[in-house]
Write a protein that binds this ligand. Structure first.
Ligand code: 5GP
Ligand code: ZN
Length: 112
């Protein structure tokens, strides 16, 4: 198994886990860009958001419901950002679908 995040799912690579159930895992980013920086991934390997189909609707919906829970638990009441980078032009560096939860400071509106 080559994928880094699949290795985090299997426990082969350690991570600071925030939440886990049968279908998803949330863990702290190793290189946080804000006081709260958490990655939420489906355990099922998808390369990126470009691979999401209606088949995955329930799993993706559950991830977004959990993102709201995590943001509350992390105290991000004044706001947060959810980001997913898909492919080369977006600078995706790990090819396993992941949603960044970023918060805990004021974020500039940068899509550059
Ligand atoms: P991307 O650039 O693909 O949108 O995001 C990948 C994220 O994964 C980056 O923010 C990076 O810091 C994080 N990351 C890369 N390797 C590891 C790792 O081994 N453990 C954790 N927890 N995060 C990682
Ligand atoms: Zn994977």
């Amino acid at each position: 198994m080559e994928c880094l995040f699949c290795k985090i799912v299997s426990g082969e690579v350690p991570a600071q886990k925030v939440y886990e159930d049968d279908s998803m895992l949330a863990f702290r980013d190793i290189s946080p860009m804000a006081p709260t920086h958490i990655l939420v991934i489906p355990k099922l390997h998808l390369n990126s958001a470009a691979d999401i189909t209606t088949e995955h609707a329930a799993a993706i919906g559950a991830i977004f419901a959990k993102i709201a829970d995590i943001a509350k638990a992390e105290g991000l009441s004044s706001g947060f950002r959810v980001v997913t980078n898909s492919g080369k032009d977006a600078g995706q560096s790990v090819e396993h679908l992941h949603f960044h939860i970023i918060g805990g400071r004021s974020l500039s509106l940068a899509f550059g």
